[in-house]
Design a protein. Sequence first.
Length: 77
Amino acid sequence: MSTGGPGSMIGFDHARTFNPSHRLSTATGITNVGGFLAALLAILLIGIAMDAQGAGTPRRTRSTRSASRSSPRSRCG
């Protein structure tokens, strides 16, 4: 997480250095969109990984609820 700021500064520096001045705003915009796209792809990949392992599926949630209802403590009293 702490490398995101310096990493984006390197990207903006490359955009400024290796593009002609009349295309500088376009290069900066593409660099900015690249950062947002990378963040969205990271969120997507984390979600796919969580779905692949079955974290938070409705079936798992229902079984946890039914197990808590059938506990001996809830029957007594």
